[in-house]
Design a protein around this ligand. Structure first.
Ligand code: ZN
Length: 245
């Protein structure tokens, strides 16, 4: 089976469509594993929810998904994120709200646990250091965990039997083999990458070969920015897409 692993679409339909087209061109997929933050920041929240729901998929809740529907308090967000979250809430109908409300914080399939931030703190915790990641391995039972939230593609590996935690870059277009240690893997962000590479980031899990691929794809950033300007979303949120941070 081939699964598309995507995270942090952030209401960027142009980036989401580019990712789906890129996966199709690489041999397609049967199922989407989505790690949360479908909405927030970007101009197309409703369209992104609808497109995701069009596919066979599982998805967990991100902080923006629940912020947009008032399930968590947007006062905890920075001002630009909070403004975008309030705007997002106004674009959604009851079906969208029900869908986001019912997203689980954590789910699992086969060898993988899926969550947005971290298995210890699914909504808020960022996994960007080995110090925090090391403890996170105690909070899930499967061999592997997939996370988003930081929008940075990364791989944490727990060395057995010493328990040392290593942080690796997630190399592009090179298969990551899943035959050894436990790992926590972040596919990077679809709709707002933050690793200084503005291209949409995602991964493909190929269960037949036991590997995960990390890919990047260019998309029409200007068209997303244009819609953000039209809808009056904060300028900084549009500008950052050009820089990938
Ligand atoms: Zn996010």
């Amino acid at each position: 089976m081939r699964c598309a692993i995507i995270s942090d679409i952030h209401a960027n339909l142009t980036a989401f469509q580019a990712v789906l087209q890129d996966i199709e061109a690489r041999g397609g997929f049967e199922r989407i594993w989505c790690l949360g933050d479908i909405v927030g920041y970007g101009p197309d929240p409703k369209e992104c929810i609808e497109l995701l729901r069009h596919y066979d998929h599982i998805c967990v809740a991100g902080n923006h998904d629940w912020g947009a529907i008032g399930k968590i308090d947007v006062d905890d967000f920075n001002p630009e994120a909070a403004a975008a979250c309030r705007w997002t809430g106004q674009q959604l109908d009851q079906q969208d709200v029900d869908y986001l409300t019912n997203l689980p914080l954590v789910t699992s399939e086969g060898d993988f646990t899926l969550t947005h931030g971290s298995p210890r703190e699914p909504i808020w915790e960022y996994l960007v250091s080995t110090h925090v990641a090391k403890f996170s391995f105690n909070y899930f039972q499967t061999r592997f965990c997939l996370v988003g939230h930081s929008h940075v593609p990364l791989v944490f590996e727990l060395l057995a039997p010493e328990g040392e935690c290593l942080l690796h870059e997630f190399p592009i277009d090179v298969p990551l083999t899943l035959d050894g240690n436990r790992m926590i893997i972040n596919p990077g962000g679809v709709g707002q990458p933050r690793d200084s590479d503005p291209r949409a980031s995602y991964a493909i899990y190929d269960s037949d070969h036991g590997v995960i691929w990390h890919h990047r794809v260019t998309y029409d950033i200007a068209s997303t920015q244009q819609r953000m300007r039209e809808y009056g979303l904060p300028y900084g949120l549009a500008a950052r897409l050009s820089h990938g941070w």
